[in-house]
Design a protein around this ligand. Sequence first.
Ligand code: IPM
Ligand code: MG
Length: 406
Amino acid sequence: MVAEVGSIAEAQERFGTLLEQQAARVAGIREAPPPTDFAALDTIKIGIIGGDGIGPAIAAEAQRLLEELLAAQVASGKVEFGTIDGLTIENRAAQQKAIPDDVLAEIRDYHVTLKGPTTTPEQGDEWPNIESANVAMRKELDLFANVRPVRVPRLGIDWMFFRENTEDMYALGSQGLSLGDINMDFRLISDPGAERIIRMAFEYARANGKESVTVVTKANVVKTTDGAFLDAARLVARDFPDIRWEGWYIDIMTAKLVDPKRRTSFQVLVLPNLYGDILTDEAAEFQGGVGTAGSANIGTRYAMFEAIHGSAPRMVREGRAQYADPSSMIRASAMLLSHIGFPDLGQKLDMAMDLCSQYEKRIQMTGRATGATSREFGDYVLETVRSADLADRWQAAVERERAAAP
Ligand code: IPM
Ligand code: MG
């Protein structure tokens, strides 16, 4: 919560407490447990969190697809599904908590979760100004990497974003200070926090045959924090002499993403939290908007997969929740499948989604009664996933699109 302080001395004391808390958190980064080995688990537990607003409706469609693709694993007991209720704005407001304690305890029982959007209150709206549930979950479970792919084969776009997910303006975003007319938020980037996300980006580049990593900051102006991020990149890059890397400033990066000649050269991008938040929305727009992009929140122990968009309370108020587009949740499910050790299933779901939402588009979603419902779209993807000629159809569609590319 924003703290009103009465004096500089009080502000200093609060700032001291924040530093102590953050020092403890950052020390923990160096002692993080090894990553979960999904192949070694007897049972992988997947928790479905509906969230609020349009969340439950679109989560249901994603779950249906996951259950279809993982039918054999569920039958053998390798995979188990469960439902986590209570991460709704009503319950969170009633308990005055970003994530109620019992809900958080339940979430910790699952190896991975698929989460529908949750309402984020802001100063002045009808809800108590509690922290965003996404942001709280990212911090509580130390989900330090926000991985967001954007692919538009027709335009030659194939980007993988590694957005740092626990620090920057988000670390203390609910703990700013106000003294009289002065309002201050704090920005924090730690050395190990920067190193681990940058390392993940380089490792991804190496494992996936990518030649370059682009590190995005504003280190010319924001010297201490962005400077540390860039220093971490220099350090990590030494371990990857086979990968080219470049530092870019966020302003020109934002511009070059819309430059058709320049943008196709970017491959893997790594950036602090807030720049990543903004740039990934811009990037997703080329693919059809934030409603079409999935997002993976990865830590060493836990991982949470979610839609990149919000809970659309207006759609619910206007009685249109059943027309919400589940694409983003389904994309997130594809990432979940790859993460838990079934990349072939993840790829299958991605191909079906490419066909249903970009190439073949046999049904349209408009968000209202003029278009298909979430359920109808879910049926369409399900039928596409099941079709025997999925890979051929996808290949043919990509070639058609490339040939038609400007
Ligand atoms: C996102 C969202 C969240 C964020 C909001 C809902 C708090 O915009 O996942 O990009 O800012 O991270
Ligand atoms: Mg965002």
